[in-house]
Structure formats: C-alpha cells, structure tokens
Design a binder for this molecule. Structure first.
Ligand code: TYD
Length: 138
C-alpha cells in the first residue's frame, strides 16, 4: 500500500437517476466503490481561499464527491502531482492509502462529501509532508 501511486487514484462515475423532478445518486459498498463505507463526513462553509486536507492516510481509503459547488483536489504520490476539479454530484474521486491530498479553490457554498473506509483515528494520518516523502521513497 505504501507503493500506491497516482495510477491507483481514479474518477468514479456514479449512477445518476435522472428525473424531471431532480436527480438522485445511490452508492453501494463494493459495487459502485471499491471499499466498505464505515463513516461519511462533509465539509461546508469553507471560507474562500482556505485549503483543507494536507495529509495522507495509512489505512483509510476515501471517495470524495462535490455534492454542491466545486473545488480542486491535488493528489501527490511523492513523485508527481495531479489536480482534479470536482464539480458534479455523480462524480467521485477515489483515493487509496498513502496518497497526499490538498483540497483547495472551494466555490462559495461548496459541499464536499467524503465516504471513508475507516472510523476517524488520528494515528491513521500522516500530517508531515517530509515524513510522507520519507515513507514513500523507502
Ligand atoms: P481533518 O481530517 O484534518 O480535516 P481536513 O482534512 O478536511 O482538513 O480534520 C479536522 C479536524 O476534525 C481534526 O481535529 C480531526 C477532526 N475530525 C473528527 O473528529 N472526525 C472526523 O471524522 C474527521 C474527518 C475529522
């Protein structure tokens, strides 16, 4: 897992059930996404110019969805970086373990939904970028 690269990060197009009265997106564990969801959380009221994230995870996998508005996710595997702009409620970005992420450029009113494979545990975070690089080049 420490060797995970940007190749393992992917945009997942979710199901969109369209209706004149509004659209709906269902997400099933291990069917639409490659892991079991233990927790979800959402970021909202993000002030203009704020950057979230700034860490990698040891054991946790995530799917990030912009359910409202837009923001950028910059992924980094220690060798290269790639920026994804999320702005659709039926598009998810899958991030496996040991990938550094920064979330930035939030539009006003944006809501970032995160589906996560683990409960919150601070010891699962790598919050020091140099430490992250050390782990990745070992
Ligand atoms: P953090 O994951 O660092 O936020 P982000 O990556 O979006 O910038 O979490 C911010 C704070 O919230 C931190 O003190 C931990 C706490 N937190 C929880 O208590 N439970 C959770 O499920 C999450 C995601 C964070």
């Amino acid at each position: 897992m420490k060797n995970n690269t940007l190749n393992k990060c992917e945009i997942i197009k979710l199901v969109k059930i369209e209706n004149l009265k509004g659209n709906l997106t269902p997400v099933y564990n291990k069917i639409h996404i490659p892991f079991e969801v233990k927790r979800l959380y959402y970021l909202y009221d993000v002030p203009g110019g704020a950057t979230r994230g700034g860490h990698a995870h040891i054991g946790l996998e995530q799917l990030i969805v912009s359910v409202m508005g837009s923001f950028d996710v910059v992924l980094d595997d220690g060798r290269s970086k790639r920026k994804f702009t999320l702005n659709r409620a039926y598009i998810g970005l899958y991030i496996p373990q040991y990938i550094w992420r920064e979330l930035e450029n939030f539009s006003s009113g944006a809501i970032c939904l995160v589906l996560a494979s683990e409960f919150y545990k601070e010891s699962d975070y790598i919050r020091d970028y140099n430490e992250f690089l050390q782990i990745k080049i070992k």
